[in-house]
Design a protein around this ligand. Structure first.
Ligand SMILES: [Fe+2]
Length: 257
């Protein structure tokens, strides 16, 4: 399993986890121009070290247990963060006529909804194991930053250029591969067994594959400075929204007895 731990020696660059994946996980397609790979690797490292990814709340949760009401709010906010994301990713396809990009988008979404049980159903099952049921979620009022994050992702994926959309998705999937690992650690620290944590352990590797799909989709397009600027604008706008989200969730959790 590809574990992304901050305790690893600094000598192992973060992109090596993405270059070397287990069977069944989407691989990076080799790029001829080494400068393109370096650019995408370095962008990945900038994403991975961003405060939205190395957020104090997520890092603290790995070793500090929540009270039951803090836990309920934390995961209810996650529900409204993740809601509809496969629809937004699919919407990205209309921005391109390149079948190679379409293919990477489809592979991503197929992981989410193509199995016997969709990942949103697996997530609902996880929430239910924590005692958070659908009816409660329907009544739950998410934070304004959570609405802004979800709607911001929709805009980035469906109303921006394909380069900006792919930049946002590169940040999303790379961030997510690290976030799920931290949340999984936190849940284990709370005493939840493998069975309860299934949604999170499942995604540790899957999200690395999704980041690799974006690598494959964007690699032919990031020779020019203009394309890179659009790609990075998407990545860092995505991370800004996520950073605001975690700051808001941190305030909410702190204010919850
Ligand atoms: Fe993903």
């Amino acid at each position: 399993m590809t574990e992304l731990k901050t305790t690893e020696p600094a000598s192992v660059p973060v992109w090596e986890h993405f270059d070397n994946v287990d069977a069944g996980i989407r691989r990076r397609i080799a790029v001829e121009n080494p400068e393109i790979k370096t650019y995408l690797d370095e962008t990945l490292a900038r994403i991975a070290s961003h405060r939205a990814v190395e957020h104090p709340l997520l890092n603290a949760y790995r070793t500090t247990a929540f009270e039951p009401e803090q836990e309920r709010r934390f995961f209810s906010e996650c529900y409204y963060f993740f809601q509809y994301l496969p629809f937004y990713i699919t919407g990205m396809a209309i921005k391109t006529r390149d079948e190679m990009i379409l293919r990477e988008i489809i592979l991503n979404v197929a992981d989410e909804v193509g199995g016997e049980t969709t990942h949103s159903a697996v997530f609902a099952g996880f929430l239910s194991r924590l005692g958070i049921e659908r009816e409660q979620l329907a009544e739950y009022e998410p934070l304004e930053v959570t609405r802004q994050l979800n709607d911001g992702i929709r805009r980035l994926y469906t109303e921006s250029s394909i380069y900006t959309a792919l930049g946002a998705l590169y940040a999303d999937e790379t961030m997510s591969s690290i976030m799920v690992s931290k949340i999984n650690d936190g849940l284990a620290n709370q005493g939840y067994d493998e069975d309860v944590r299934h949604f999170w352990t499942l995604h540790i590797d899957v999200e690395v594959g999704h980041s690799n799909s974006v690598f494959n989709a964007i690699a032919p397009y990031v020779e020019s400075a203009e394309a890179r600027a659009e790609f990075e604008a998407g990545a860092f706008e995505f991370l800004r929204l996520v950073e605001n989200y975690w700051d808001g969730v941190q305030r909410l959790v702190s204010a919850t007895p």
